[in-house]
Design a binder for this molecule. Structure first.
Ligand code: G4P
Length: 534
């Protein structure tokens, strides 16, 4: 966490009510279902099922989307805003598949907290663990939702122990399940001393909430059969003794996660989780930047691009840059400075993503995510301000782990391929390297599935069939050093050299030995596997 300046003023109410977060989970744990219920309670949709229905409509528009449907994965991140009680929730969607971890990483730079969804029967799965590690790097507060309690699930203590051990984080129960599987009745709300009962008959109905005065309240006996009651009392006593009590500061610092138990499909436990996000959320945080950090309460607007999505509407070749506002009160029509190019841009048609629709944003506040349509001038990592030369830091670009040569199926159209690849590179969907010797491009990705997505999108969006063929190279490193030293290195190693889409020099490697050799023979240079987006 970044240091708050001393005597920091309270945030303006419009900013203080914002909660910007992402949901992280292993595929199938219930992220989509939970999102849908969030929107339902946020009043953004009237009926559960709409998110999918809208998704279907969207998917029919391209093969790329169709693939998303066929594979049952979500490949592009998007943002959705909705109100819950007096709060404005900004939910930023993260792609669930491990092949898209770079995109996910960047998405997580734009949120103040993460909700981790786990399946009660499966516990912490591989993808949850990876995503958790990314959150940990940023000390993001994490709230946990243990889903599918209506099915046979693991023992509650076992689940909590697994999270504590595998993820090295303190876990504090915010609720305690009563029974499991068919016997699952609901939860005891440990924070508010209430009994929440699940309605199995109506999946969209909010749970019945019964206020009780402690676990010896006779009202408990009216609703919970004796055997389950005795088990509950015993377990809650044990939990209070063995597990840490909720410490909001530890949650804020990312050292403790409160866990709620529920069943997203039955709308159970969701409201309690939403109340938890509202209370422990937290409000928009200070953003790391150079030469100084940015506080949300600053009167001037600053924001940064964490994602670029091209061709959201195939009819218009537009790109939408997703901008997280780090400070101030943004109003439509504002003139902002694009810090990288030092040029002013007038933001006349910013977009707010309300549920599944887009809407023109008349205004937005620190914490919000707005979409800015543009023709390619906005890139991932770019900072926008009202004039000050600030640069948001911490949005990395990773060295790709898989490389392939990319060729146009029709050689006459090779030129168009150039344009298409550059666009995807700017979008952050792939790394594109132009070798200094020979023709064609080398495309680098983090996960194999990305090649398929790219081929499908290039064909769909540019009408260009392409082939990806094996490359002799296996990895890439950015080369840093004095200009003359880099130039001399490039001259001597031309067969290995390429430039990335920003024109930066890259050393292509076949074996770890190549890297070791450069490190040994060229102490004047450094090779890096990541590069901060510029
Ligand atoms: P994901 O986005 O994390 O991949 O998960 P998603 O919400 O799509 O949920 C995965 C499956 O788990 C879905 O079933 C969904 O209905 C089910 N599910 C979600 N929450 C609960 C829950 O609380 N209890 C139970 N029992 N199941 C739950 P599916 O069969 O794959 O899809 P569908 O036919 O229901 O659409």
């Amino acid at each position: 966490m970044l240091d708050a300046p001393p005597n920091r003023p309270a945030l303006p109410p419009e900013i203080a009510r914002r909660r910007t977060f992402a949901i992280i989970s292993h595929p199938d744990a219930g992220k989509t279902t939970l999102t849908e219920k969030f929107l339902l309670y946020g009043g953004a949709i009237q009926m559960a099922g709409q998110v999918r229905a809208k998704g279907e409509a969207r998917r029919t528009r391209s093969d790329f989307m169709k693939m998303e449907q066929d594979r049952g994965i979500s490949v592009s991140a998007s943002a959705m805003s909705f109100d819950y009680r007096e709060f404005r929730f900004n939910l930023v969607d993260t792609p669930g598949h491990s092949d898209f971890s770079e995109d996910t990483y960047r998405t997580l730079t734009a949120v103040d907290a993460a909700v981790m969804v786990i399946d009660g029967a499966k516990g912490v799965e591989s993808q949850t663990r990876k995503l958790f590690e990314v959150c940990r790097l940023r000390d993001l507060p994490i709230l946990t939702f243990c889903n599918k309690m209506d099915r046979e699930s693991r023992d509650t203590f076992e689940i909590i122990d697994e999270i504590q051990e595998m993820l090295a984080i303190h876990v504090t129960p915010a609720s305690w399940p009563i029974g499991v599987g068919r016997e699952f009745l609901g939860c005891y709300d440990m924070l508010r001393n209430r009994l929440e009962l699940m309605d199995r008959a109506d999946r969209n109905k909010v749970a019945e909430s019964i206020k009780i005065e402690g676990l010896d309240d006779p009202k408990l006996a009216e609703h919970v059969p004796q055997d389950l009651r005795e088990k509950l009392i015993e377990e809650v006593e044990m939990a209070k003794e063995l597990l840490p009590a909720l410490d909001p500061q530890a949650v804020l610092e990312g050292h403790m996660t409160p866990i709620w138990f529920g069943s997203a499909i039955n709308s159970f436990g969701v409201k309690e989780l939403m109340d938890g996000i509202a209370t422990y959320g937290p409000e928009p945080q200070i953003q790391a930047a150079e030469p100084r950090q940015i506080a949300p309460e600053e009167p001037t607007v600053a924001g940064f691009v964490f994602k670029v999505q091209a061709n959201m509407d195939p009819k218009h070749r537009d790109r939408v840059a997703f901008v997280r506002l780090a400070s101030g009160h943004f109003q439509r029509g504002m003139k902002l400075t694009h810090v990288r190019s030092k040029k002013p841009i007038t933001v006349s048609s910013p977009v707010l993503f309300l549920a599944a629709d887009r809407e023109l944003a008349e205004e937005a506040w620190a914490g919000d995510i707005i979409g800015i349509p543009n023709h390619g001038q906005l890139r991932i990592g770019d900072t926008l301000t009202e004039g000050e030369a600030l640069k948001v830091t911490g949005i990395p670009s990773f060295a790709p782990e898989l490389l392939k040569n990319c060729r146009a199926g029709d050689p006459m159209k090779a030129k168009h391929l150039d344009k298409a690849l550059m666009q995807f590179a700017e979008e952050g969907a792939a790394k594109v390297f132009k070798p200094m010797v020979g023709a064609g491009f080398i495309v680098g990705v983090v996960g194999a599935l990305q090649f398929e997505v790219l081929a499908s999108r290039i064909e769909q969006e540019y009408g260009l069939p392409v082939r990806f063929e094996p490359s002799q190279f296996t990895s890439a490193r950015w080369v840093h050093g004095e200009k003359t030293a880099v130039e001399s290195f490039v001259q001597k190693n031309k067969q290995h050299m390429a430039t990335d889409n920003d024109g930066d020099v890259v050393y292509m490697t076949r074996l770890q030995w190549d890297i070791d050799r450069v490190v040994r023979d060229h102490p004047e240079l450094t090779l890096s596997a990541t590069k901060e987006m510029q």
